[in-house]
Design a protein around this ligand. Structure first.
Ligand code: PEP
Ligand code: MG
Length: 753
């Protein structure tokens, strides 16, 4: 059984092996013997990448005749799986694993257990190191750590010995392939034309074994100090100073940098005999392995911040460029990365950064939120970037179309640019109607507001000419913080939004957290069915402190003005009553204390849970306004998960069921003289929006980019005749309302694009 000293012992002896004046092959042979002996394993084998395959280069324990004969593809067998996933495997019974393949020439059928780690260089797998036992038992944690340390040292040895496949070969090969379309997930909509720039955050570790641990400790300490200073400098630059989303993100980031556990683990790795760089990388690899095992997307994002910090620290310690971004962008660059930290993104020169393509990424990641705020399109979850794209390749990024086109043909570029020009011309047109009312040709005035969630979004009010903010998603601030945002921070954000909006209305929605927007400091366990789980008002009514703090922040920020507040996911009237009572109690307390409070508070509810529509006769008199969240509402009406891509095309917002339902609700509100707004994505699509107006909707809150197109649509439409037509279609229950409406709109020259 190995002891704590196993890694240190292997490192010491490896240093001797490396220093000896022998051939590279002899060094590899000695290495596998050495590892087998120290770990007391019957087999130790080393596979290296050659011509795109994994070739057995050295073994102790398997048949020597298999050396340079046995080859596996990436993804083939257990070794191929380790190479492809870049993740270790530790199996008591290798044959029971579904990926196991048997290679008779190796004689490995005798051995039951298998543990293997990838050997990585410059983010690519260059080999796999494997140990095996006769008995079926897993290798212990210390053995796995020792293997990972050795893998790092080996990556240095095999690179120095020129044993690595040229990593540029794959991308050179890609260059010959002509145009490829790589699909991905739409994270931030938009289009861009530019050339590929790989984000290269990592420094290749040149020396893994330390000559003098004391010197390494000193280098690391100095590195931590510089790291802290670097982030503090970033925090102080005018753009990010003070409260607000960027500020929150960087504060979280700084706290991570000061995390003692992280620092301690790196110092411990130095004590094993590693250089500062190798120690940082070892801890980083462990964090990444943890990251892959975690299901919670929020925690994954936070661990990614730590990954970003490791890269930064590595650059400082190794004396390479201060940040990846300082390597510079050329004109019109599209950045390609596995993932990006928020600070990394902010450091690139925005004049040149036209778009981002990520192998990972999610809608709620920090970088996505920041990119949305600064208007950079992002495509996520794209596979094949490393192999299909070479640095400098021309790219057409079409996030709306869900893909990036690599090395597009000249005719594609022409088409794309023609479209871009048309879009620009449209934007100019929208600018000309920015200050005109959203009024139809037959005189129906629509209140056209926008959705927001960040302080930065408020600027879009002036740019688009929206009438106000019909939905401010306050949970965004919670999603980008490592801890619950304190009341002062909430208040500062709300005040900035209210002041930015001036005379225009802002409707704040109390936090809609939970479900897919989970934050670890509030929701401990993942619900099985998150959209219908412990979320939004359901949390707020149980954890009342949350709503109380938010209420005080809102009441203070809106002192002397009108405060519009609404609650998400109201299912039954009493939930609204209870939430309202919590806010009212805060108002009364503040008034009693002589604190400034709003002149008027208007309370609204979101209709997202279908059941609430059955209660409107008793419910509407109790509220000031209603807002229909069609994103959630329709998923519940159809029992179809809104995030499931397989169902995305199946149910239509223009089906008679949805439109009849909405018409009934809108009619009830009109009868009760209560304002009703549609604030789901549906309202931002021209044809859907037209359908809404045809059933009597007169208030919309939509994504800022849609304000121009929807206003243009409204100003070109005649709504009264459409209302008659729609009544007829709904009475018949026509299944093809989309088509009928499109035809009717075309006949009336309604601008739909
Ligand atoms: C909705 O459900 O339609 C809505 C506007 O809320 P969210 O998209 O934030 O859930
Ligand atoms: Mg909702």
């Amino acid at each position: 059984m190995p002891t704590l000293g196993a890694a240190r012992e292997i490192l010491r002896r490896l240093a001797e092996v490396m220093a000896a004046a022998t051939s590279a092959q002899a060094k590899l042979n000695q290495t596998v013997r050495l590892i087998a002996a120290v770990l007391d394993a019957e087999v130790c084998s080393l596979y290296l990448r050659r011509d795109g395959q994994l070739e057995l280069f050295a073994t102790r324990g398997l048949e020597q005749t298999a050396v340079h004969v046995t080859r596996l593809s990436f993804g083939e067998g257990l070794v191929g799986t380790i190479a492809q996933t870049k993740e270790p495997l530790n199996l008591a019974d290798a044959r029971a694993h579904p990926d196991f393949v048997y290679r008779p020439e190796t004689g490995e059928d005798l051995f039951r257990s298998l543990a293997g780690v990838p050997i990585i260089r410059a983010e690519q797998t260059v080999g796999v190191l494997v140990v095996q036992h006769l008995e079926p038992r897993e290798f212990v944690e210390l053995e796995m750590e020792a293997l990972q340390t050795v893998a790092m040292v080996l990556s240095e040895l095999i690179a120095n010995a020129g044993l690595i496949d040229d990593l540029t070969i794959a991308s050179e090969r890609a260059r010959d392939q002509g145009h490829v379309r790589l699909p991905g997930l739409r994270l931030v909509l938009g289009q861009a034309h530019g050339s590929a720039v790989f984000h290269r955050p990592r420094v290749v570790v040149e020396h893994a074994i330390a000559d003098d641990p004391a010197v390494e400790r000193q280098r690391l300490s100095a590195g931590f100090n510089s790291l802290k200073a670097q982030i503090e400098r970033l925090q102080m630059t005018a753009e990010f100073a003070g409260p607000g989303d960027h500020g929150d993100i960087l504060e979280t980031y700084r706290l991570f940098a000061l995390d003692e556990g992280w620092q301690r683990r790196i110092f411990e790795a130095i004590d094993q005999g590693l250089t500062a760089e190798a120690a940082i990388e070892q801890v980083q690899m462990r964090t990444r392995a943890r990251m892959r095992r975690i299901d919670d997307p929020y925690l994954q994002e936070r661990l990614h911040d730590l990954d970003d910090l490791s890269n930064r620290l590595m650059r400082i310690v190794s004396g390479k460029l201060g940040t990846a971004a300082q390597a510079g962008l050329r004109q019109d660059s599209i950045l390609l990365a596995r993932n990006l930290g928020p600070a990394e993104l902010l450091e690139y020169d925005r004049r040149f950064l036209k778009g981002v393509v990520l192998e990972e990424g999610s809608l709620t990641s920090h970088a996505t939120i920041v990119a949305r705020a600064i208007g950079v399109p992002v495509l996520g979850r794209v596979t094949g970037l490393q192999t299909m794209v070479a640095e400098g390749d021309p790219l057409l990024l079409d996030v709306n179309g869900g893909a990036v086109h690599v090395r597009p043909s000249p005719s594609m570029v022409k088409q794309f640019e023609a479209l871009a020009r048309a879009r620009e011309a449209k934007q100019k047109q929208y600018q000309t109607i920015r200050d005109l009312p959203a009024e139809s040709r037959d005189g129906v005035r629509i209140k056209l507001m926008m959705n927001a969630g960040l302080k930065e979004d408020v600027a879009a009010l002036d740019l688009t000419g929206a009438d106000g903010i019909g939905l401010f998603r306050t949970e965004f601030q919670f999603l980008i913080s490592a801890t619950l945002p304190r009341r002062e921070r909430q208040e500062a954000l709300y005040r900035a939004v209210i002041e930015g909006a001036g005379e225009r209305q802002v409707v704040f929605r109390s936090v809609d957290i939970g479900g897919d927007k989970s934050v670890p400091y509030l929701v401990e366990a993942q619900d099985e069915n998150p959209a219908m789980g412990w979320r939004a008002l359901r949390i707020a009514l149980e954890r009342q402190g949350l709503l109380k703090v938010q209420a005080r922040a809102l009441l203070t920020a809106a002192a002397g003005r009108t405060l519009d507040i609404m609650f998400p996911m109201v299912g039954e009237p009493w939930e609204f009553e209870k939430a309202k009572a919590i806010v009212e109690a805060q108002r009364e307390r503040m008034a009693a204390q002589g604190r400034p409070i709003p002149q008027l508070i208007r309370y609204g509810a979101m209709l997202e849970v279908p059941a609430l529509a059955e209660m409107l006769d008793v419910f509407l008199p109790r509220i000031d306004f209603l807002s229909i969240g069609t994103n959630d509402l329709t998923q519940f009406l159809f029992a179809a998960d809104r995030g499931n891509p397989k169902l995305a095309e199946r149910y239509d917002w223009l089906s008679p069921a949805v439109l009849r339902y909405l018409r009934r609700v809108v009619g009830a509100c009109r009868g009760a003289h209560k304002a009703v707004t549609i604030c789901g994505e549906m309202g931002g699509r021209p044809l859907e929006s037209l359908a809404l107006m045809a059933i009597g909707v007169e208030r919309l809150s939509i994504t800022p980019a849609a304000v121009g197109p929807i206003k243009a649509m409204i100003r070109s439409a005649m709504l009264w005749p459409l209302r008659d037509k729609m009544d007829g279609w709904l009475a018949e229950g026509c299944p093809d309302i989309r088509e009928r409406l499109r035809r009717a709109a075309r006949a009336m020259d309604v601008v739909l694009e």
